[in-house]
Each structure stands twice: as C-alpha cells, then as structure tokens.
Ligand binder design. Structure first.
Ligand code: SAM
Length: 278
C-alpha cells in the first residue's frame, strides 16, 4: 500500500504542471491522479493551457488535437479562446463523456470533437497543432508518428520533453520552464543538386538530418567540398556557407517535396534551386 502511495505521489510530482481544481460535474467527478491506460489523469493548469496554445500560435484556421484529453479543457480552450477546431482523444469513456458535456456547456460543441479512443490507434494526421500532457517515454513512443506529420505541424507538451528531439522553444508559466514546443521539420535527408550558389553555379549537397538540424557535405567541384550545418523550421531551411571568395553567405529556402526554392540572404534577387537526387 505504501509503495502504491509513494508511486502515486511521485507521479503527481512528475505531472507537475497540473491544475488544483477538479473539473467534473455531479454526473461524474474524476479523481486527481486516477489511473489511465498509459498515464493517469491530471489536468493542465489553466494558465499553462493558455501559454501552450499561445506558444503554438493557434488561430481559427488550426485543427488542434489533444492526445489524452481528460476533461477536454485544452480542446475547449483552443475553440473558445482561439477559435480553432479541436479534437480530444481520450481512452477513458467516462472522461470522454465529461469532456463532451464540458464542451457543450462552454458553447463550443460545434467546434470540439471528443473521440473515445487510444492515442496509439487513432489517426490524428490532420492536426495542425498537437498538444500533449503525457510522460517523456510516451512522447518518445509517439515521436515517429509526430515526425511523419506535415512539415510545419506544431507540437506543445506540458512538462515532458521528447528524448533526442530537442525542442525549438521552451514554454514558461509563472516564470518557470513548464513545457516544450516543436515544429515538425521537412524531410531533407539525402543528396541534392543545387544551382545558383555564388561562384559555383552547380553544387551537390549531401545532407544527414537529425530532427530539425542537419550536417551536410557541400561538394563544389572535384577537389573542393565544405562541411556545413543547417536548420529546419517546418518547411523553412537555412544554412551558412562561405562562397568562392571566402565570404560568409546564408542560404534560406522552402522545401516542397523533392524541390527547394530559395535565395542567398546577402544577395537580393538571387535565386537558388535544388532538386533531390536520391
Ligand atoms: C495527464 S492527463 C492530461 C489531460 C489533458 N490533456 C490536460 O492536459 O488537461 C492524461 C490523460 O491521458 C489519458 N490517457 C492515458 N492513456 C491514454 C491512451 N493510450 N489513449 C488515450 N488517452 C489516454 C488519461 O485517461 C488522462 O485523461
């Protein structure tokens, strides 16, 4: 019994960005830290809900999906305050029913859908924003699915990180780091044929990608190659390099499937295009 309560209080400590008030109704009152399929129920604190949705810059054009929706407070706030369409996926049917009632009471049931289901089974690939309050190991389990989403999809997590996928930003609430923010990067791993670099009309760039960062070999001619490091934010790609006169230049572009269109920041009007070779 002691072991159970120690484990419960440890988990409560871990799930630290939580609200202190219950959000149930007379029909069903969930208990703070009650068990869930893969993680217990603990609602995100109201101010952190707002910080998370603001960090993701949610607007009325977004579809926000909360994985493990509990009483529905994140999808409800996404709809009520930010005008988004929102979906909550919740395994516990009583919590899912409570979330639907809460959405109705908040007057947003036309924009909020609560799915009773398992986050590891349901398809949420249509989301433009994904919100999480799970655990690091569950975030890591979701990582391949999240990385396969459309480039530019934003992800916010209360408290828990995502292993080797470094966040693009941290989220502060009451002056403390309380969550993390990621943007799904475009996939650029492979060999690209670039045209338009100053001094080298043609170059090959061999990219090794790690989430939103990459290393690459820029092969400029048969005897000259340069090592570069670059960055992705959704479909936006950028890297610094030195041109044929050893001047620092910055390439910025947009990835769209097997093409990259961009420019050299320091050379107004310059056009650089890349096509994926393999
Ligand atoms: C920590 S609570 C977060 C609730 C809500 N997202 C929030 O931030 O207020 C996690 C929720 O995930 C639910 N859950 C656990 N495993 C799940 C699974 N495999 N599929 C769907 N929901 C799950 C739990 O029932 C619980 O309501």
């Amino acid at each position: 019994m002691l072991r159970v309560s120690v484990a419960a209080s440890l988990l409560i400590g871990l799930l630290s960005g939580c609200a202190t008030q219950h959000a149930g109704t007379e029909r069903y009152q969930p208990l703070m830290a009650q068990g869930g399929k893969d993680v217990m129920w603990m609602p995100t604190a109201n101010n952190l809900v707002t910080e998370m949705l603001e960090a993701a810059q949610v607007t009325s054009t977004d579809v926000v999906v909360d994985l493990g929706a509990g009483d529905g407070k994140i999808p409800i706030e996404a709809a009520r305050r930010f005008g988004a369409r929102a979906v909550g996926i919740e395994f516990n049917p009583d919590l899912a029913a409570l979330a639907r009632r809460n959405a109705q009471q908040a007057g947003v049931s036309d924009r909020v859908t609560i799915v009773t289901g398992d986050i590891f089974q349901e398809d949420f690939s249509h989301a433009t924003v994904v919100t999480l309050y799970l655990l690091t190991q569950l975030n890591i389990k979701l990582k391949p699915t999240l990385l396969a989403m459309k480039p530019g999809t934003r992800i916010v997590s209360n408290t828990f990180a995502m292993g080797s996928w470094e966040p693009d930003a941290t989220i502060l609430a009451d002056g403390e780091v309380s969550g993390f923010f990621w943007v799904v990067p475009a996939k650029v791993e492979g060999t690209w044929a670039f045209t338009g670099f100053p001094g080298w009309p043609e170059a090959q760039v061999r990219i090794k990608q790690k989430s939103q960062k990459f290393d690459a070999d820029m092969v400029l001619d048969q005897t000259l190659s340069r090592r570069i490091e670059g960055h992705l934010r959704g479909a936006q790609i950028s890297f610094d390099f030195k041109d044929d006169r050893d001047q620092p230049q910055t390439f910025v572009g947009i990835v769209s499937a097997n093409k990259i269109h961009g420019t050299i920041k320091q050379i107004p009007g310059s056009v650089v295009i890349a096509t994926k070779e393999q």
